[in-house]
Design a protein around this ligand. Structure first.
Ligand code: ADP
Ligand code: MG
Length: 398
């Protein structure tokens, strides 16, 4: 596809300068938000829609110059969730497209036998009707039907869109297996990143008619081209795919010095003294983070206030334990904070990140596990002593 553009009547530019080459045997997945132009692109490839400008070539031949019958022989199209025809036998269902392409009967019978073998069902099923098969068997027949006409290129537009996750997974396995065994080239639209990562040899990420990135699943996980792609992949998959990525949870200190709002200032003072820190985080009994109390607050209010809740600072800056260090460090350093509380998804206090632990991490990143730092490794730094006690490290910094 070269400089492919589609502007619908009314002015909507659904596809905008789309450039892509697909090699034989590739499994290409288009993924993107709804309305990003995936279906429009597919329909242009199949010439169901005429592009506004640009060229599509199949085997170096401009498809607009091809005879429609020849084109249908070469390109198959599977639309979203079309079931089997209830009044046709399984054999007739499988050879629906070959029949439209006017294959001779003998060739169709052979093909139907080959296809049913591929899904490990008995040949006798070819004479049955869809209702005589289980739902799962029908789904598998649907998949081989897409491959039955032996076209070079098969376009599949969200074929498993509305299926339950288990059926979906088994059909993904089937389509991937058949694609590899039969050496087919497939362009497959999905809005499910897991599906794309599982099936594709090449993923095309689209947004608002434009290609954001074309890359292998591995590459896309390692080097998402921009924030849109990163968001589409999602935080969890990024962290899983790149163990080198560090989350706040991995470097935070656990065992945080904390108190509760109902405690007397006197108790808080003693806690600070015992733990050699100059501030405490305040949580309720469920560990939900409520605020912070500093030694200065106690000093100033000692005569008038009695409980921690009276004088604590609320709405304090916090970070999530699943936040990426990369995104967090700068914010912490910029604010000039000595330490930042770390919370889980329920806003419960789970740890603390100190400036010192960030220094450690940057040091690790720059120097790796250099032997020369062994002597300093297990000792808390001065900064940690004055802010929060050095506690168990949440994990290795790398
Ligand atoms: P996707 O398949 O990625 O969800 P589509 O290709 O269906 O996206 O649509 C791309 C854009 O083109 C959307 O904004 C959609 O509203 C618009 N669009 C699709 N079909 C038509 C049409 N026949 N006429 C006008 N606009 C259309
Ligand atoms: Mg669509």
């Amino acid at each position: 596809m070269e400089h492919l553009t589609k502007t619908y009547k009314g002015g909507k530019k659904a596809v905008d300068d789309f450039n892509l080459s697909v090699a034989k045997g590739e499994f290409v997945c288009f993924i993107g938000t709804s309305g990003s132009g995936k279906t429009t692109t597919m329909r242009m490839i199949n010439r169901m829609l005429k592009q506004t400008s640009g060229t599509i070539k199949l085997h170096d031949k401009d498809i607009s110059q091809m005879d429609p019958v020849e084109l249908r022989r070469k390109i198959g199209y599977v639309i979203q969730n079309i079931g089997l025809m209830p009044h046709m036998t399984i054999g007739q269902n499988i050879t629906l497209v070959p029949k439209l392409l006017k294959w001779p009967q003998g060739k169709m019978t052979e093909r139907a036998k080959k296809m049913i073998k591929l899904v490990e069902l008995p040949e006798s099923f070819l004479d049955r009707y869809p209702s005589e098969l289980s739902g799962g068997q029908q789904q598998r027949i649907g998949v081989v039907r897409a491959l039955a006409a032996d076209q070079d290129l098969i376009l599949m537009d969200e074929p498993f869109g509305a299926l339950d996750p288990i059926t979906r997974e088994s059909l993904q396995d089937l389509v991937k297996d058949l694609q590899e065994r039969l050496g087919k080239t497939i362009i497959f639209v999905t809005h499910d990143m897991d599906e794309a990562l599982k099936l594709a040899t090449k993923i095309v990420v689209m947004d608002d008619g434009k290609i954001m990135q074309v890359a292998s699943p591995d590459e896309i996980l390692r080097h998402p081209a921009n924030q849109f792609v990163e968001e589409l992949i999602g935080h969890d998959r990024l962290v899983q795919a790149r163990p080198s990525i560090t989350t706040v949870g991995q470097i935070m200190l656990k065992n945080v010095a904390s108190t509760t709002p109902n405690k007397l200032l006197r108790d808080a003072l003693r806690e600070m003294h015992d733990r050699r820190v100059d501030s405490l985080l305040v949580t309720d009994d469920e560990k939900t983070l409520k605020g912070r109390i500093d030694i200065g607050d106690i000093d100033y209010n000692y005569q008038t206030a009695t409980s921690v809740g009276d004088v604590m600072h609320q709405d304090i800056f916090r970070v999530s334990s699943s936040a990426l260090i990369r995104d967090t460090v700068e914010r912490i350093l910029k604010r000039g904070l000595k330490n930042v509380p770390v919370v889980d998804e329920h806003n419960r206090l789970v740890g603390i990140v100190t400036r010192a632990s960030i220094v450690d991490m940057v040091y690790d990143a720059l120097w790796g596990t250099d032997d020369s730092r062994d002597d300093t490794d297990d000792q808390p730094t001065d900064q940690e002593k004055t802010t929060q006690p050095a506690a168990t490290r949440g994990g290795d910094a790398k």
